[in-house]
Write a protein that binds this ligand. Structure first.
Ligand code: PMV
Length: 351
């Protein structure tokens, strides 16, 4: 008897993490946002994911992070695969081996779910096209963004370089709750945004982002938050065109502080801030007002602070970071990053 060789399909993509300036906080239906969010993709903080799909009666997946079996993302991957199998039927007839690695350390406060779920969605979409033998597979980024959203909301925004908006707003016709789209005509100033990620505490969050999102459902300030985020979206869209750094810092800081205020005023309330997160904020405000340094901050759902400044002002900012900021960081750790150009397909990969 001749044994048939099982057909194997592979895809490999590198995808970035992103930093939201207007934050997504609170969701409805299947991972759709309560409000629009705006972010930029990072350059250095990326995940590389390779998916190998082999035909099998037993569908399912194995996840390896840096070569080791991990269950870190099992729930998110499981969700994504389940929801994606309607549009990508090969998932139901293949076993998937998902191998991932990040350029940034685990627990560094960088959103690895955004980079890893977007890299996974890119691989799945490409394999689907290979299985159906579509030779010139040019991926439609909006459908990949929609897939990525199923794994992690913020991942919907990682499919593009530069600036991105996710969530319906009357200000942009093509905007959608289902997927993110690229923002065009950004002022050159904001194409040169730098982001120094300050590790204040290596993260092991007491309250996960999923729990935080859920607490927005009956939040006493829920409606006010939706209005605030829509107002900040409108202002940020204008500022991204005019190039005004001071107005930009105002919006970024207002959003970061509001995000943490929403956590504190949830029921039950909680905080993820560390004493040094607050000390850094004080230093940033002093640097901006007293030293006239063009620097502001953002924060995600954790204690780490993201410094924001023009890359072209780096030589003025770095000495201040070394003197006033680095001592406040856990083991003096800082990751320097900046705006990046979006996902990249692996150069050579066997079919
Ligand atoms: O994608 P999630 O579920 O990890 O939520 C991300 C939420 C924030 O990082 C706090 C804000 C954002 O828009 O990225």
């Amino acid at each position: 008897m001749i044994k048939c060789k099982t057909k194997i399909y592979r895809a490999e993509w590198q995808s970035p993490s992103n930093l939201a300036i207007v934050k997504y906080w609170g969701k409805k239906e299947i991972q759709k946002p309560l409000n629009p969010s705006i972010s930029f993709s990072l350059k250095n903080a990326v995940t590389t994911t390779r998916v190998t799909a082999s035909h099998s009666k037993k569908a399912g997946f194995t996840f390896l992070l840096d070569g080791n079996k991990k269950d870190t993302f099992n729930a998110k991957i499981g969700n994504l695969l389940q929801l994606a199998s309607a549009s990508l039927p090969f998932i139901a007839t293949h076993h998937l081996t998902i191998e991932s690695s990040n350029t940034f350390p685990h627990s560094s406060g960088i959103a690895s779910s955004a980079s890893s779920m977007s890299a996974l969605a890119l691989c799945l979409e490409e394999i689907q096209q290979k299985v159906y033998n579509k030779v010139d597979y040019k991926l439609d980024m909006q459908s990949v963004s929609e897939l990525a959203r199923m794994g992690s909301g913020s991942a919907a925004r990682s499919l593009y370089g530069g600036w991105t908006i996710w969530g319906k707003t009357p200000l942009i016709n093509e905007s959608s709750d289902n997927y993110a789209i690229e923002l065009k005509d950004i002022h050159p100033n904001f194409m040169q945004i730098a982001n120094a990620i300050l590790i204040i505490e290596p993260e092991s969050k007491k309250v996960s982002s999923s729990q935080g999102h859920a607490l927005m459902n009956n939040h006493p300030f829920g409606e006010a938050r939706i209005k605030q985020a829509n107002d900040n979206t409108q202002q940020l869209l204008e500022v991204l065109k005019t190039g005004d750094w001071n107005q930009f810092f105002d919006i970024a800081e207002h959003e970061a502080l509001s995000l943490h205020a929403l956590m504190m005023s949830s029921n039950p309330g909680y905080t993820l801030l560390h004493a040094n997160s607050l000390k850094v904020i004080e230093e940033v405000r002093k640097a901006f007002l007293d030293l006239q340094l063009p620097v502001g901050f953002s924060m995600d759902a954790g204690p780490n602070v993201h410094l924001l400044y023009p890359k072209y002002e780096e030589k003025n900012i770095l000495p201040w970071i070394e003197e006033r900021i680095r001592p406040l960081c856990y083991e003096q750790k800082i990751i320097f990053d900046q705006l990046g150009s979006g996902p990249k397909k692996a150069v050579k990969i066997e079919h």
